[in-house]
Design a protein around this ligand. Sequence first.
Ligand SMILES: [Fe+2]
Length: 381
Amino acid sequence: MNTVIINNPSRLVFGAGSLQKMADDYLALGLKRLFVLTIPSITDQLTPVFEQLKSNGVTIQINTNISREPSFSDLETILAFARTFNADSVAGIGGGSVLDVAKLVAAQLHNDQPLQSIVGNGLLKGRSTYLACLPTTSGTGSEVSPNAILLDETDGAKKGIISPFLVPDGAYIDPALTLRLPPYVTAFTGIDALTHCIEAYTNRFAHPMVDTFALEGIKLIGRNLKKAVDNGQDLEARSAVALGSVYGGMCLGPVNTAAVHALAYPLGSEYKIAHGVSNALLLPYIMEFNLPEAEAKYAEIARAMGAQEGNTDRETALNGIELVRKLISDCGIPAHLSEINIPFEDIEAIAQSALGVQRLLKNNIREFSLADIVNVYKIAY
Ligand SMILES: [Fe+2]
C-alpha cells in the first residue's frame, strides 16, 4: 500500500450552528483584529456573530471585493487592505474563490516570499496568521484542502498554490450558509465536488483511506444534488451535499484531481466558464475515456451513485456514467462545448493549454496524449 499524508484542519466543525461555534472558538483564542473576506449576499446572516465578536473587543474589517475567479493582482489588492488594517487573523466566508484568497492572505500577510515564488507544490515556508474558513457553497472543498487557485494574468493560466500551510486552522461548515445559493450555482459547484471525489477514487495515486471519503462523497452528492437544486430550502439535501463536498475537499490534499480538472482549466481561464461548469462539460466524456483502465472502480462509482447493476463491471460502470450525465442535465448544466459558444476551431489551442497542466494529468489513470485531449474536446463538442 502506498503512503498517504492527510493534513486536515485542526478544528473541523460540521453541522447546524457551526457559524456560532466559529465565533466562540475565535473569542477563546484572544485575537483582536479579524479581516473577513466574504460576499455581500450573506453579510446580514453574519451580523449577529460579528456583533458578538465586536462586543467582546474584536475589531472586524469586512471585505467583499472578490466577485469573480481571482487573479494574482486581485490577491495583491486584498492583501494590501489586510496589511493596512493590521489584521492578526483572517476568516474567509464564501465560495471557493473567497476561501482561496482568504487562505493566501493569511499565508502572505507576514511572509517575505513573493507570490510568484510560492506557485506550485510545497513551496510556501509557513503561515503565522490564524485562518478560519466557512464555505457558502458546496463545491471546492477549499475549507479543508491545501489548495488555492489563482489566475496568472501574465500567461492567462490558472495556477495552483499547494501547501499544508494553506489548510485552515478552523473549518466551519454550516449548511444553513448555503440555503441562499441559486439553483444553477448549487448545481455546478455540486458537480465540482462530485468531480473531486470521482477523480480521487480513480486516481493513479488513489489510496484506500481517501477512497472512503471519495465513495461516500459520490453517494451523498449523487443522491442529493438534484434535490438541493430543485428545492434550495431542503436543509437535509443541502447538508448531504455540503458533507459530500467536505469529503471531496479531503481528497484534494492527499490525492488530488486529474484529467477532468486539467482539461477544464483552459475553459475557465480563456473563456471565463465557471469552474464547476467546465468540469461538468468534460466529466462524462473523460469517465468514458478512462473506463478501460479501471472498470471495477467505475462500477463502484456507479453503485455509489445508485445505478442499476449490469452483467459486467463495464456495463455497471456505463450505467453510472449515464447517471452522471443525467444528473448534469437534470441540474440544467449544458452538456456540450458548443452550447457555451466555444469556437470549434479553438480546440487545438485549448488542448495545447490543457496539455500544460501536467501536475494533474500525471494523476490520471489513463495517459493523455495531445491527440487524445483534442479528441475528448471534439467528442464533448
Ligand atoms: Fe474543482
